[in-house]
Design a protein around this ligand. Structure first.
Ligand code: DGL
Length: 263
């Protein structure tokens, strides 16, 4: 599983809770975070490098792209290149958000890259979902999470400003279309108000992973957890533990060389 940084830990949590018997390798590309403002071609190259690394060195039998931006940029390419199932967060998320809506008026928030890619509107069309989708990019949210800051006045002010178009669209279900955002759910929920259901793609993605790994179930076993960061491993461990919990121990550092291959 990979993300640009800590956001994918929300998906890791859901997968570990649902499939405790499976070994999990989590790669946080913190050395190259953030993905959101980058060109999607560049994000695609990063995603392919990480996918190859997880498949070849860590012998992954299934890959979860635990980042909406990377999934928007690279899901099809990863599926074409790798000989294992590749699960993204976009389709499971939009299905869950549409099921949570009674009015059919659904919102999605994400990074500039993920929203700008049009991946959510494409998923609504591909899946034939009868909903009206309002999307809105929220630049700045991810930076708070990457600093380990998940509440306070700064995030409240930003949320009040950025979520205005979603409030005005009168949605009754809001997809947190960035895996970092569940860490900000309290503030986002307060700004949106009670009648709006917040949907995280983490749980739906975990259900999809369980469906694909049903044959591999190892009754009563506890899998290993491996955390890798392409930035400072000590910082990854300390902020990661704050967000994920005490299970995050012993993060290892991975350095990309200039060609993007592992050193
Ligand atoms: N967590 C990533 C996502 O789901 C984005 C974070 C970033 O901008 O790097 O889109």
């Amino acid at each position: 599983m990979f993300d640009s940084g800590f956001g994918g830990l929300t998906v890791a949590r859901a997968v570990i809770d649902l499939l405790p018997d499976q070994d999990l390798v989590y790669f946080g590309d913190t050395g190259r975070y953030p993905y959101g403002p980058r060109d999607l071609d560049e994000v695609r190259q990063f995603a392919l490098q990480i996918g190859r690394l997880l498949r070849r060195r860590y012998k992954a039998k299934l890959l979860v792209v635990a980042c909406n931006t990377a999934a928007a940029a690279s899901l099809e390419h990863l599926r074409d290149e790798l000989d294992i199932p590749v699960v993204g967060v976009i389709e499971p998320g939009i299905v869950a958000a549409s099921q949570a809506s009674t009015s059919g008026n659904v919102g999605v928030i994400g990074t500039v890259g993920a929203i700008g890619s049009g991946a959510y509107a494409a998923a609504v069309a591909d899946l034939n979902l009868a909903i009206e989708l309002t999307s809105c990019a929220c630049p700045g949210f991810v930076e708070f999470v990457e600093r380990g800051e998940t509440d306070g006045e700064g995030i409240e002010l930003l949320a009040n400003r950025l979520l205005r178009p979603i409030i005005d669209a009168d949605v009754d279900s809001l997809l947190l279309g960035c895996t970092h955002y569940p860490y900000l759910a309290r503030t986002i929920g307060d700004v949106m108000g009670r009648p709006v259901t917040l949907v995280s793609s983490a749980d739906e993605t975990a259900f999809e992973v369980r469906r694909l790994l049903i044959e591999d179930h190892r009754e009563g076993e506890i899998g290993t957890r491996t955390f890798i960061s392409s930035g400072d491993a000590g910082m990854f461990e300390s902020i990661g533990r704050r967000l994920f919990g005490a299970e995050l121990v012993g993060a290892t550092e991975h350095r990309w060389d200039v060609s993007g291959d592992a050193q």
